[in-house]
Design a protein around this ligand. Structure first.
Ligand code: 3NM
Length: 513
């Protein structure tokens, strides 16, 4: 039996609005785009459960939608439902399969990779419900009440690769995050087959409209997820000229140490800086300014700033505007890496830029990291020290890029640019003096954001984040290289660097080969 898991309604009779009834909510859902229904009744007597199952089955059969019964094999058999869903503490899936036979649907709830591995080993389930995606009030006894986010769901999906077991995400999914969950929960070729919701439909005053909106969210492909065409022959100096001609705006939510320098770098390359941590104005910026990009820099974090980052990220995502994420010193403490996890669970970033240590720390958030591994990256303050070789650094960088669907820039003596489509570039140049002043790493983030923002406004590279990022890193290191040759000490280097950034970006054809 081919089952469409794309929009899976799990029922709950305790949250029906007073203007409706349980059956009306289910009927509106099945008539407006739900593809699978699970009857989940925790309080009903067996007799009432059977009656309810019969009524719901009538509705689902009319639409050729499978009915799954939660937990109760006996009820499923009694009404000849299409399947049974069990949790970790219910009847084991192997027994359920034995009782139901080979032709019914069997689903299992999982909350971590270990439980998924167990389901794969048993080999009897058709699908798994992966959770808890986001915090939910609907189910009280979940194992991860705060939600594991797309990062945690991906870790579970990693275990499903090439198994043929279908998967849906559940927990706290609604109109505002359904599309993102579908887009972000992907590991290699393994994608989510659907989402499962309870309150978003069952508690809705208009279940029909709630279902239609969810459907359209599932079917919509956001701007950033579409494959862009690009002209590989466009020279870097043309991309630089395109950027400075566009006078992009770079909105910084950055650290206290580098605000001044980042603003000066942004001006030097022909863009304009905005330094704002006032969430009330983010919407106006992101919606009203075509050539704007956001830098989120983790350098001097605090609890309030985390909320500001989050608001910035979700607002810029809403208007498909680029976001450059600089996870400064994210390996320095567990709390900092947790902050990155939270942020990356809340939205998309266009580019992640960091040194080797930072990118290797972010890599720990990918499904490729197994918890037993340790010690491959050591942070000291905000500098990076790593024993990883070039091949390993690049491979892990790719894994970060594919996990988060972004371009990754790894800075160092050699600068690697890695795309989720496996494109890679190496940019040389720069100067050892770049490491002797604060803000050279952070201001590269500003420079990349300026290029992406210019691209957004209409660009000769056709929306190619990879090419634009490569051009930004090239300009930056070219200016650093020339300034380094003309300077002996950090102070004069800083001045020369700003001058050379200005010179190279105003006359890129002369200065970049
Ligand atoms: N299972 P809502 S969360 C039934 O994490 C269920 O396994 C979960 O409800 C799990 O869509 C959940 O209203 C309830 O957040 C999800």
């Amino acid at each position: 039996m081919t089952v469409d898991y794309s929009l899976y309604l799990v029922t709950d009779s305790t949250m029906i609005p007073s203007s409706s009834t349980f059956l009306k909510q289910v009927e509106e859902a099945v008539n407006n785009g739900v593809t699978l229904v699970q009857l989940r009744e925790k309080e009903l007597s067996t007799l009432d459960f059977i009656d309810r199952a019969k009524e719901v089955h009538k509705l689902t059969k009319a639409k050729n939608i499978p009915l799954i019964i939660n937990d109760r094999v006996d009820i499923a058999l009694a009404v000849d439902a299409e399947g049974v869903h069990v949790g970790q503490d219910d009847m084991p899936a192997t027994l359920v399969r034995k009782l139901l036979g080979p032709n019914k649907i069997v689903g299992v709830t999982c909350s971590n990779p270990e439980e998924v591995k167990q389901v794969v080993r048993e080999g009897v389930a058709d699908y798994v419900g992966l959770g808890t995606t986001f915090a939910t009030n609907t189910k009280k006894d979940v194992k991860t009440p705060g939600g594991v986010g797309p990062i945690g769901i991906r870790k579970q999906m990693y275990e499903l690769q090439s198994t043929g077991i279908q998967c849906v995400a559940i927990g706290g999914i609604n109109h505002s995050n359904a599309n993102r969950v579908i887009q972000q929960c992907q590991v290699g070729d393994t994608r989510l087959d659907g989402i499962a919701v309870v309150s978003c439909i069952m508690a809705s005053e208009d279940a029909a409209e709630a279902t239609r909106t969810l459907r359209s969210e599932l079917e919509y492909t956001p701007d950033w997820a579409t494959t862009k065409s690009f002209d590989a022959k466009v020279p870097v100096h043309s991309i630089v000229k395109n950027m400075s001609d566009s006078h992009p705006l770079v909105h910084h939510i950055t650290n206290n140490v580098v605000k001044n320098f980042s603003a000066n770098v942004t001006l030097a390359i022909g863009a304009s800086p905005i330094m704002s941590e006032l969430p009330e104005e983010f919407e106006e910026f992101a919606s009203g300014i075509p050539n704007i990009g956001l830098v989120i820099n983790l350098g001097t974090p605090n609890t309030e700033l985390m909320r500001v980052f989050s608001k910035g990220l979700t607002t810029y995502n809403r208007y498909s505007k680029p976001v450059v994420f600089d996870p400064v010193a994210c390996g320095a403490s567990r709390a900092r890496l947790e902050s990155c996890r939270k942020l990356l669970n809340q939205g998309f970033v266009t580019v992640i830029k960091g040194n080797v240590g930072e990118i290797l720390s972010i890599w720990k958030l990918t499904p490729f990291y197994q918890e037993v591994e340790d010690g491959e990256s050591h942070m000291r303050g905000v500098d990076s020290i790593s024993n990883a070789g070039e091949a390993e650094i690049k491979e892990k960088g790719y894994q970060v890029a594919t996990t988060f669907g972004c371009v990754v820039v790894i800075t160092g003596e050699l600068n690697f640019i890695l795309g989720s489509d496996k494109r890679s570039a190496v940019v040389r140049g720069g100067s050892s003096l770049m490491g002797s002043i604060t803000g050279t790493g952070c201001s590269l983030g500003s420079t990349i954001a300026a290029f992406l923002a210019a691209e957004k406004a209409g660009s000769i590279v056709g929306g190619d984040v990879f090419k634009s990022t490569e051009a930004a890193v090239t300009l930056y290191n070219r200016a650093g290289g020339i300034a380094g040759l003309e300077s002996q000490y950090p102070g004069s280097f800083m001045i020369n660097f700003l001058d050379k950034l200005s010179q190279v970006s105003h006359d890129p054809e002369q200065n970049i080969q």
